[in-house]
Design a protein around this ligand. Structure first.
Ligand SMILES: *[C@@H]1O[C@H](CO)[C@@H](O)[C@H](O)[C@H]1NC(C)=O
Ligand SMILES: *[C@@H]1O[C@H](CO)[C@@H](O)[C@H](O)[C@H]1NC(C)=O
Ligand SMILES: *[C@@H]1O[C@H](CO)[C@@H](O)[C@H](O)[C@H]1NC(C)=O
Length: 385
C-alpha cells in the first residue's frame, strides 16, 4: 500500500500525448517547399502527369480573377446541406484560394497570388461563426483548406501584408479552431478526422503548440478506431466515447459483423465515398506531421492507412464484393483520395500497393471533391521530396 501510493501519484503527473515541434517548418501544411520545387520543375518542363494536372486546375472556373468570394457573417450548415447558408460557397471559395495559391507557387503569376489574398482577406474581415448540425464538419473541411492556402501564400513572398496575415490568423483561431480542436466523440470517423486535420493545419499556421498537441492526440486515437487490423482481435478498437461491446461496434460499423482482413474501414458499409474522406484526412495529417519532422507513415498509422487504401481500392477497381463484406453490396466509389498516401507509402517507401496504384492511376489527374480534397495529382504524384 505505502509503496504503491507514491507510484500512482507519479503516474498521474506523467506527461501523456503529443509533443509539438520545437521549431516549425514553413510552408508546412501538407506540402513543403521541396515538394513545391519538385512540382514546379515538372510543370515548367511540361512533364506528365503534373502538367495536365496543372492545366486542369487552371481550368476550374473558380480560378479566374473574375471569381469573387461571397463570405457570409454566419455560415449555417444543416444536415445534408439543409439549410445551406454560405456553406457550399465557403467550401468553393476556400478551394479557389488554395488552387490560386498553388498556381502562384508553381506557375509564378502574381495575379493568382492576388486572387488567393483577395479571397482570404474577404473571409477574414467578414465571417464570425458557423451554426446548425454540420457546423463542426464544415469548419473541419474549410479550416483544413484555409490552413494550406494561408501557409502557401504567407511563405512564398506573395506580398500578403502583415495586418492581413494577423486578421486571417485571428479568423482561424476564433472561428475555426474552437469548432475543431477537440474533435468529436459522436458521429462517424470522417467527421473527427476532418476536424483533426483542420486543427493540426491551422496550428502550424498559428504556431499553436497546445492545439497541435491536443488535435494530434485525438487523431492518433481515432485512426485505430477507423481502420481495422487483425492484430486488434475479433473486433475493431472502439472510438472515444464508444462502447466496445460487439453489438455496439457492429452498429457503429454500419452493420459489418465479420472482421478478418487488415484494412477494413468503419464507414465502408455506408459508402466508399465517406470512407475515402477518412483516408484523405489521415494522409493529409501524416504529410503535415512528416514535414514537421514526425513521420507518422513509419508508425502504426502508416500501416493502417496502407492496408485501408488497398482493401477499399480493390472494390473501387471493380472487384466482386464478397458476401462477408457489407452483405455483398457497396456504394461506390472511393473518389480522388489516394494520391497522397500512395505516394508516401508506395512511391517513397517502396511498399507494393497494386490495388491502390490501379485506382490512383485510373483517377488521374484528380481535381477536387468539392469539400477539402484538391489537386493531389499535381502536388503529390511521384513526388520524392
Ligand atoms: C444560425 O445563425 C443565423 C444568423 O444569426 C440564424 O438566423 C439562425 O437561426 C441560426 N441557426 C441555428 C440553428 O442556430
Ligand atoms: C477543449 O478541451 C479542453 C480539455 O477538456 C478544454 O479545456 C477546452 O476548453 C476545450 N476547447 C474548446 C474550444 O472547446
Ligand atoms: C447506399 O446509399 C444509399 C443512398 O444514400 C443508401 O440508402 C444505402 O443504404 C447505401 N448502402 C447500400 C449498401 O446501398
Amino acid at each position: 500500500m505505502h509503496l504503491l501510493a507514491p507510484l500512482l501519484l507519479l503516474t498521474a503527473y506523467l506527461p501523456t500525448g503529443y509533443t509539438a515541434p520545437s521549431k516549425w517548418i514553413h510552408p508546412g501544411v501538407m506540402i513543403s517547399q521541396s515538394q513545391l520545387d519538385f512540382v514546379k520543375n515538372k510543370v515548367n518542363s511540361g512533364q506528365q502527369p503534373w502538367s495536365d494536372a496543372y492545366n486542369a486546375m487552371l481550368g476550374d472556373k473558380t480560378m479566374t480573377p473574375e471569381h469573387k468570394p461571397s463570405p457570409h457573417t454566419i455560415v449555417e450548415c444543416g444536415p445534408y446541406s439543409d439549410p445551406d447558408v454560405g456553406c457550399k460557397v465557403e467550401r468553393d471559395d476556400s478551394l479557389a484560394a488554395y488552387g490560386s495559391a498553388l498556381a502562384w507557387a508553381i506557375g509564378g503569376d502574381k495575379a493568382h497570388a492576388n486572387h488567393a489574398i483577395q479571397i482570404m482577406d474577404a473571409y477574414a474581415s467578414t465571417i464570425q461563426g458557423h451554426n446548425n448540425s454540420n457546423a463542426r464538419l464544415q469548419a473541419g473541411w474549410v479550416g483544413s483548406v484555409w490552413a494550406r492556402a494561408g501557409e502557401l501564400i504567407r511563405y512564398t513572398d506573395a506580398g500578403w501584408d502583415e495586418d492581413a496575415i494577423e486578421r486571417f490568423g485571428k479568423m482561424l483561431s476564433n472561428v475555426y479552431m474552437p469548432l475543431t480542436v477537440n474533435g468529436t466523440d459522436q458521429n462517424v470517423a470522417n467527421w473527427e478526422l476532418a476536424m483533426n486535420e483542420a486543427a493540426i493545419g491551422m496550428a502550424v499556421f498559428l504556431e499553436d503548440s497546445a492545439s497541435y498537441n491536443r488535435a494530434m492526440e485525438l487523431f492518433k486515437a481515432r485512426v485505430p478506431a477507423t481502420i481495422y487490423m487483425k492484430s486488434d482481435g475479433d473486433y475493431p478498437v472502439a472510438a472515444r466515447g464508444q462502447s466496445s461491446d460487439p453489438d455496439a461496434i457492429i452498429d457503429w460499423w454500419f452493420g459489418q459483423s465479420v472482421f478478418k482482413e487488415n484494412g477494413q474501414s468503419q464507414e465502408l458499409c455506408r459508402d466508399l465515398e465517406h470512407t475515402g474522406y477518412s483516408f484523405a484526412s489521415i494522409s493529409h495529417v501524416a504529410e503535415t506531421a512528416r514535414i514537421q519532422e514526425d513521420d507518422l507513415y513509419k508508425t502504426d498509422i502508416g500501416t493502417r492507412l496502407r492496408y485501408g487504401l488497398g482493401f477499399q481500392s480493390q472494390f473501387s477497381n471493380g472487384k466482386e464484393i464478397p458476401d462477408w463484406v457489407c452483405d455483398g453490396h457497396l456504394n461506390l466509389t472511393l473518389g480522388p483520395v489516394t494520391e497522397v498516401g500512395y505516394n508516401a507509402l508506395s512511391f517513397r517507401m517502396g511498399f507494393d500497393m497494386p490495388e491502390t496504384k490501379k485506382w490512383t492511376l485510373k483517377e488521374r489527374p484528380v481535381g477536387t471533391n468539392g469539400l477539402f480534397v484538391a489537386f493531389e495529382t499535381l502536388t503529390h504524384a511521384e513526388n520524392p521530396a
